[in-house]
Design a protein around this ligand. Structure first.
Ligand code: GLN
Length: 561
């Protein structure tokens, strides 16, 4: 049964309900180690709650032998030192993909030319020619990012069989840097959803617990990196689709500033919010990918001419870290994100992360973003409105599925009725409604006004702080099917991320802890937010945070069994 269609007024009134936050002031004693101790004992005092985090050294969660390291750099080193061939590396990933894919289902299409391309890299190594920075690196690409000679469906039946004649700019840049596209990853249809259950083809499973969702809409890209089916991957983030799955799957996810990466070749969902982002198993890998795909593109008028720094080179090696590497960094913890309606284990992980940042020398205070809860309904009105216009191009004439019909209007109508899934139809109806004469002022215009407020509240908070922190999602990964018939509950799960897209600023999610659930705990991600074009700052902080985190190993049980 497709979910019932809700009108935007209902959406506006309901969306706020589960997020009536009562701010819980964080009272920290002056001594950080005492604070940590107190925080832990407060957590264990609450341990009747099954989701309270355990950070005891004897905890059931496996401990970290060494901090996450760059897979990209280690591949490069193995190739240059001739310890391994690109073909050998590709074979290892393809083998793991073959073994894990029946359970995980991350990919909609796996490239047939991976081994051939890897052998080409080996020939370059043999000849002593210069290698691109991503030579031999296997990358998964979300299926709404166009790839020449490979299907690109955006997770929709309406584009089944569509093979673009061109590569998206981001894909072209990755290929020019030597990367090998391993395949196209599963996603909610056109990016509308938070679980991959909205895919027209299959549901991806979370490698941490295959009965749970990987998050979405870039769930396939996150699960593929988590299950080590590829080294890194591209996703897209309109309202959190890179950050929420990164949190659910225990990987690093980066949503760049709007305009940092060209959208040319990214299937438009909500053009004023869409960005291409990336996933990796370490912060440094996301920095390297960001470097490869950033920059102005004459095919995307909204892409920025802002200079691209060498993101990866600002990351300090762990051996060079002094005891207070974040000394003086002003961190604002968003009060509205750590109150009622948020899983206690998640809140606990975020507060522990705040303490960890303090131990590294940062000054953490609570900040309030007054318009925070308005962001969710405003996002759904704006995103649906833009989608209703963007998706009009799928008419059965230009691409993909075409219905048989005697009249042109039926051809359009039937092709769309057959090709689009229920969530996409609901969004098109909601968006058309919000834009229609008589309702425009009440919905679309008001949502734009809220967007202005959101931008201003982020600007104010980021004028006083270097970064803001929050959870990336109000809960860890939930069960497949749990929210599939309750669109409002699903939308409410986007509360932590949508404001960042409305403000157009960058955000990085890095694994920060576990809550109970699944076989070995479920990962939780810390969202770090900075001002526009401050990705370098985010990556530096994220890298230090990740390299100094103790007792965590972000390898899903599927790979250690
Ligand atoms: N879950 C949100 C939505 O359905 C965000 C999606 C996205 O970022 N692509 O719109």
């Amino acid at each position: 049964m497709p979910p019932a269609i809700q009108n935007p007024r209902f959406l506006l009134s309901q969306c706020r309900l589960p997020f009536h936050f009562t701010p819980a002031p964080l009272q920290l004693p002056p001594n950080p180690s005492l604070r940590r101790q107190l925080h832990r004992s407060a957590a264990s005092a609450l341990s009747s709650d099954p989701q309270t985090i355990s950070r005891d050294p004897k905890s059931p969660y496996p401990s970290l032998p060494s901090p996450p390291s760059s897979q990209i750099l280690s591949i490069r080193e193995s190739l240059l030192s001739r310890q391994r061939t690109a073909a050998d590396i590709a074979d290892e990933y393809l083998d793991r993909l073959r073994r894990t894919e029946p359970q995980i289902r991350s990919f909609l299409h796996v490239s047939e030319t991976v081994m051939r391309e890897a052998e080409e890299v080996d020939r370059l190594v043999e000849s002593g020619a210069a290698l691109g920075p991503l030579a031999g690196v296997l990358i998964g690409v979300k299926d709404n990012i166009c790839t020449a000679d490979m299907p690109s469906t955006g997770g929709s039946k309406i584009l089944e069989g569509y093979r673009p004649a061109f590569d998206a700019t981001a894909v072209r840049m990755l290929k020019e840097a030597g990367a090998i596209v391993i395949g196209k990853t599963n996603m909610d249809e056109f990016g509308m959803g938070s679980t991959t259950e909205g895919s027209g083809f299959q549901v991806t499973a979370n490698p941490w617990d295959i009965s749970r969702v990987p998050g979405g809409s870039s769930g396939g890209s996150a699960a593929a990196v988590s299950a080590k089916q590829c080294v890194v991957s591209l996703g897209s983030d309109t309202g959190g689709s890179v950050r929420q799955p990164a949190s659910f799957c225990g990987v690093v996810g980066l949503k760049p500033t709007y305009g940092r990466v060209s959208r040319y070749g990214l299937m438009a969902y909500a053009s004023s919010l869409d960005v291409i982002g990336c996933f990796g198993s370490s912060v440094i890998d996301t920095a390297i990918i960001l470097n490869a795909v950033s920059g102005h593109d004459r095919f995307d008028a909204t892409s920025s001419t802002h200079e691209v720094p060498e993101y990866a080179s600002c990351l300090i090696s762990i051996d060079d870290l002094d005891s207070k590497p974040l000394k003086g960094l002003r961190v604002g913890m968003i009060r509205e994100t750590i109150g009622d309606g948020v899983d206690m284990g998640v809140v606990s992980s975020i507060k522990d992360s705040a303490l960890h940042l303090e131990e590294l020398g940062a000054i953490v205070t609570e900040v309030s973003l007054p318009s925070f809860s308005l962001g969710l309904p405003a996002y759904y009105i704006l995103a649906s409105s833009e989608a209703s216009s963007n998706l009009s191009r799928y008419d059965g004439v230009r691409y993909g599925n075409q219905a048989t019909a005697d009249e042109l209007n039926y051809l359009y109508g039937d092709s769309r009725a057959e090709g689009f899934g229920p969530e996409v139809k609901m969004r098109i109806l909601m968006g058309t409604y919000a834009l229609s004469a008589g309702y425009y002022d009440a919905y679309y215009k008001r949502a734009q006004q809220v967007r202005t407020l959101v931008r201003k509240s982020f600007k104010d908070a980021l004028d006083k702080n270097d970064i803001l922190i929050s959870p990336a999602a109000p809960s860890p990964a939930y069960k497949i099917g749990e929210k599939v018939n309750d669109p409002l509950a699903m939308y409410a799960g986007d509360i932590m991320t949508v404001n960042v897209n409305l403000a157009g600023v960058p955000a990085l999610v890095a694994p920060c802890g576990f809550v109970e659930g699944g076989i070995a705990g479920l990962p939780v991600g810390l969202q770090m937010i900075a001002s526009a074009f401050n990705e370098d700052k985010l990556l530096r902080v994220g890298h230090i945070f990740e390299q100094t985190l103790q007792n965590f190993k972000f390898v899903p049980p599927l790979l250690t069994e």
